[in-house]
Every structure is written in C-alpha cells, then in structure tokens.
Design a protein around this ligand. Structure first.
Ligand code: OSB
Ligand code: MG
Length: 367
C-alpha cells in the first residue's frame, strides 16, 4: 500500500473538569491526531504524549520531531502492505513507543477501511461490546463518594480511585463504608516507595481487585518484592513499555495483572504479542486509557474486544471527559457496556468543523 501523505495535527480540547492524579492536575487534553491518506481513503491515529513527561518520558515536541523526520518519511518512502510489520521496521529508532503508535494506529485504521472490515476483526475480536470501568481523579472524600455512587448507579463494572501518600486509607474507608462489594481498584501512578510499606499494608485490607503501579514508574524489582508482602494483586501500568518488558515483569513476579495501553507499549502489533503471552500464562489483562479523544478511544474499544481482555477497562463514555468530542459518533457506555463503533476501520469519523476550532498546529508530510 502506497501512502500519499501524513498529516500531523496538534489539538487542545478542554476537559469538563480538571483531572488530578499523583503526578499532575490537568484541565485540557493536548493530543496529536495523525491522518494517513492513500488513494482517497484516510486512516486515523492518536498520540498520547503530553506536553511534558509526567507519566512516561515522551513529550509532544519530541514525538512530533520523530513523526515528521523519521517515521512518516519511512512510511511515505516504503509504503506498507502489513501494519503488523511497522514496529519491527521502526525498531532502529529506539524507544518512543507513543510516537510510533500514533502513526501505526493510523495505518491500521486505513488498512481496515480499505478492506472494508472493522478493525476488531483484524485483531481477532469477536465481541461487539465490552464491559468498562471508570477512573476517578482525586477530589475531596465527600465528592469522591458521590462520584463513586454516580458511576455505580450508571452501571460501571469497576471503579478506580487515584491515590497518593496521605490520600489513601481514609478515602478507601469512606468508599468501602458505603460500597462494600463493588469491584474497586486504586492507581498510585508511582507515588509510593517500599518505605511506605505500613500504609501499603493498610491499603491491602480493603479487598481491592488490584493495586495499579504503586512504586516507581520504571521499576520491576521492588514491585516483585512488594508482591511478596501484600495479598492484593499488583497491576503494572507505567513500567510496561514493550512486549519484552511485560514478559520480564511476569517472569520476575512484579505483577499478576496487566494494564495495556497501546501507546505505552508501542502499537497494536505489540498489543497482540502481549495479549498472546498473557493468554498463554493465564494473566488477566485490561485496556487502560489516557483520556483519549474519540480517535484514540475508538482504537482502545476495538483492541479491548480481543479475548484476553477479561477485566473491565478504562474506556468509559467520552462524555465523562469532554463536553464535545472531535468525532461524530458518540462513544457512550450503557449500563457499563461500551458498544464497539460499527463500520470499517475504527468506525468513527471526524467532526471537521470542531476539529478546525480546536487545532493548534497542522503539518502535512509528503515525500
Ligand atoms: O494511570 O491510568 C492512568 C489518565 C492519564 C494518564 C494516566 C492514567 C490515566 C487514567 C484515566 O487513569 C483513564 C481514562 O479514563 O482514560
Ligand atoms: Mg494507571
């Protein structure tokens, strides 16, 4: 398949409410929307890098440089018959999984649209809807308990609370006092160390489904140690940046649950490899989120139809995060179940007028 051009578009989209984690409080999304064009057909991808590297090391400026000067020129010069080959082709540029994924996803979408097939079918996903949970940013205890109640009433299958040292045990006690039996998890985004073992042991007493990324964002060894000290399963997010690192984490016993974010692991081919490894080892997986716009969210919904995604993911209704999205189709869960957008590719189309309104920068790359 010959690619005629690659469009890079930086957008800024306000959140309905600020999202607070242990690493930052953000009030708007900065996303790189990538479009690939071939013989009148378009495919779309989304980069989940932020302006500054608070989650992992990548940032938008660095990703833009690599997309503009490395990955897009390679794609334009060599075309692509099988998007599954792109990660290997781009391995000579080390790391930078989020930047690579933004373009790889666009090629997958284009490929599926040209075949007139839903993307999930190319990935072996048979489900037409997936169970979803919701990730709640940090807020006061009263507000959090209300927010949990709202999501439980809406039928979300799992609720995840963001925590950090000093914002954990009292919060969990208040939530558990009212909701003793819901599927509840916490995500520390690397805010603790092993010196916090006493509080981690206290968190261990709340019957959580798993605890997500309690320790350093690049660590495996200390997570493996922690896994011996508490009963709650450990789920890794930040640490898992490739199929090889997922395998290493499982071999070490650093986690027993895997959060898959396509951008963090380097694309859909990487997701397929991680998926097959986790299925083979009986390790439960779920699809994480980065508050994506409708493009990244639609990709997440399609990939989460693969059979190994057995826990509810973070791909909740777009309207929780955005008053208005950049895609025309509403991506809304009903009773905690998200329908997979119908049609070819990822099944969504861009709201071009609104996209133009929220665009900060556009660059079209041709040979
Ligand atoms: O750690 O899972 C995370 C959002 C941004 C960065 C990291 C994370 C998150 C979320 C939100 O938890 C998930 C979502 O609703 O998309
Ligand atoms: Mg996380």
């Amino acid at each position: 398949m010959h690619i005629d051009e690659v469009e890079l578009r930086l957008i800024r989209l306000p959140y309905r409410a600020p999202f607070k984690t242990s690493f930052a409080e953000e009030s708007e999304k900065h996303a790189v929307i990538v479009t690939v064009r071939s013989e009148g057909v378009e495919g779309y991808g989304e980069g989940v890098m932020d302006p500054f590297p608070h989650y992992r090391e990548e940032c938008i400026a660095g990703a833009w440089h690599l997309l503009r000067n490395a990955f897009a020129p390679d794609l334009l010069a060599n075309g692509c018959d099988d998007p599954a080959m792109l990660a290997a082709r781009w391995a000579r540029w080390r790391g930078n999984p989020m930047a690579k994924t933004a373009l790889e996803l666009a090629v997958w979408d284009l490929h599926a649209r040209r075949l007139d097939m839903p993307l999930r079918t190319l990935l072996g996903g048979k489900r037409t809807a997936i169970p979803v949970g919701a990730s709640l940013g940090m807020a006061s205890i009263e507000h959090t308990v209300d927010n949990v109640r709202r999501h439980v009433e809406q039928g979300y299958k799992r609720v995840k609370l963001k925590i950090e040292p000093g914002w954990d045990v009292d919060l969990l006690a208040a939530v558990r006092a009212e909701f003793s039996f819901i599927e509840l998890t916490v995500d520390a985004n690397s805010a603790y160390t092993l010196a916090d073992i006493d509080v981690l042991r206290a968190i261990d007493g709340f019957g959580l489904h798993y605890i997500e990324q309690p320790l350093h964002w690049d660590d495996m060894v200390e997570h493996a140690h922690l896994a011996e000290l508490i009963h709650t399963p450990i789920c890794l997010d930040e640490t898992l940046t490739s199929p090889a690192r997922v395998k290493a984490a499982l071999d070490l016993g650093a986690c027993s649950v895997v959060n898959v974010k396509v951008g963090r692991v380097g694309g859909l081919q990487a997701v397929r490899e991680i998926h097959d490894l986790c299925v083979q080892r009986g390790v439960p997986m779920w699809c994480g989120g980065m508050l994506e716009t409708g493009i990244g969210r639609a990709h997440n919904i399609h990939l989460a139809t693969m059979p190994g995604f057995v826990y509810p993911g973070d791909t909740a209704s777009a309207s929780r995060t955005y008053a208005r999205d950049i895609v025309e189709q509403p991506l809304e869960a009903h009773d905690g179940v998200m329908p997979v957008p119908d049609g070819a590719g990822i099944g969504v189309t861009l709201d071009r007028a609104f996209l133009a309104e929220v665009t900060e920068q556009v660059e079209v790359v041709r040979l």
